[in-house]
Design a binder for this molecule. Structure first.
Ligand code: NIG
Ligand code: FE
Length: 410
């Protein structure tokens, strides 16, 4: 099957020499080809370029020609931070917050992550799989072409294994790449409230060996935050995970600065995620490291907490990625168009900077730089065709409007 997209108003992020990661000060640049064509054969990009260079078609059999006049075409987004496997939504906590409680207060009362963990106990692997699979179908329809999914609502050996086995089945059932992150250190379960070392031992001595044995995770995450895991606890857990080949990718600086960023970088983390709070020490640690910060403006919006200082990161020539953080507590949205718009409106990122953060740099944050985040000859990832729109900047500008006409290979 061949598909030809012709008369494309703007072909975005297509090129043979786009780097694997783009430093902050260069994120404002994006390859954009006006009046272009893109040819696909059996889901693989076989040619693209200016319409004036199009050499016509010798074989018209099995060819679907799409006139993309007035439309933009770009590679699918990458969502490098999600909690897509969960039992139930938590809109009751949303109402509690409207009535005056904070996210942290709700968590201290046994809500939040522990609420999700209780709800997860009642669901079978099949039920969790079916619910997550429906969410993934909706994500794909919104242009998400690869995603990461964390455990972390199990908080027991059985619960964490159940979540990770579901993620493994999701990997097998989908053609888009899905990466699994073990987040046993998401919160201390009720039974270990006064025995933190006991829970850490459970993670290190029982969960990790079984996860490694079944090949259930690619990454290891820790929620490093006051009332959750300290910097030293994070280091201990990450180092244990590394012995099983798991790459660190962590939650840090959501509410407070504890020094977790520098420690995560020292542990060889691929990414440090959240960073609603950032210190100059964090910037120094990230500069010239291989670790990419991932900011999550959907979480800032939903919890009414500060937005990450994207400009500070980018002005220091540090690459930046954006992700949804989709989860039932702090970010019940997986729509990366919303993230794009929030990044522009609230974090002062230009449309191009935010787009680089959702494609090339997001692919780096998920270890998919070789295959995703940009269009090139041989690219087999997802492709998004927009509706007719006046300009590229119109996409994040016109927030809340659906811009997708069609997605390919998703
Ligand atoms: O990334 N901060 C930690 N974990 C999630 C929220 C988890 C939840 O509330 O269920 C986050 O925001
Ligand atoms: Fe998260």
């Amino acid at each position: 099957m061949k598909i030809l997209l012709k008369n494309i108003k703007g072909l975005v992020q297509a090129g043979e020499n786009i780097p694997h990661v783009i430093p902050g000060h260069l994120m404002k640049n994006i390859p954009l080809l006006d009046d272009a064509f893109l040819a696909l054969e059996d889901g693989e990009v076989i040619a693209y370029g200016a319409m004036s260079d199009w050499e016509g078609i010798s074989d018209w059999r099995d060819l679907d020609i799409i006139d993309a006049s007035g439309c933009y075409v770009f590679p699918a987004f990458i969502d490098s931070h999600t909690h897509t496997v969960f039992a139930k939504t938590r809109e009751e906590e949303f109402v509690d917050r409207i009535n005056g409680l904070t996210y942290e207060e709700i968590a201290l009362k046994g809500g939040g992550i522990l609420n999700s963990a209780r709800k997860l106990e009642d669901l079978s692997e099949d039920e969790l799989f079916d619910a997550a699979q429906k969410r993934i179908q909706k994500m794909k329809a919104l242009g998400t072409g690869a995603l990461e999914i964390k455990s972390g609502y199990g908080l027991s050996l059985e619960g964490e294994l159940k979540m990770l086995r579901v993620i493994k089945r999701l990997k097998e059932a989908n053609t888009i790449p899905i990466k699994a992150t073990f987040l046993g250190a998401h919160a201390y379960p009720q039974d270990y409230k006064n025995n933190h070392q006991g829970y850490i031992d459970l993670i290190v001595e029982e969960m990790l060996p079984q996860i490694a044995k079944e090949g259930l995770a690619d990454y290891i995450d820790v929620f490093c935050e006051r009332n959750y895991f300290s910097v030293d606890e994070m280091k201990y857990i990450l180092e244990a995970g590394k012995k099983y080949g798991l790459i660190p990718k962590v939650h840090v600086n959501q509410f407070s600065i504890l020094g977790g960023v520098a420690q995560a970088v020292a542990c060889g983390a691929l990414s440090v995620d959240h960073l609603e709070e950032v210190s100059t020490e964090d910037i120094t640690a990230l500069k010239n490291s291989k670790c990419i910060p991932v900011m999550l403006p959907g979480c800032s919006h939903f919890l009414s907490i500060p937005y990450g200082n994207a400009r500070l990161v980018m002005d220091n020539q540090i690459p930046l990625a954006l992700a949804s953080d989709f989860n039932p507590g702090s970010t019940p949205s997986y729509n990366l168009f919303q993230i794009w718009s929030l990044a522009c409106v609230k974090m002062n990122m230009s449309p191009e900077e935010a787009f680089n953060a959702l494609t090339v740099n997001a692919a780096y944050a998920l270890g998919l730089s070789e295959s995703h985040g940009k269009i090139f000859v041989g690219y087999k990832g997802g492709i998004v065709l927009t509706n007719e729109i006046p300009s590229f900047a119109y996409i994040p500008y016109s927030f809340g409007e659906s811009h997708i006409q069609r997605v390919f290979n998703l």
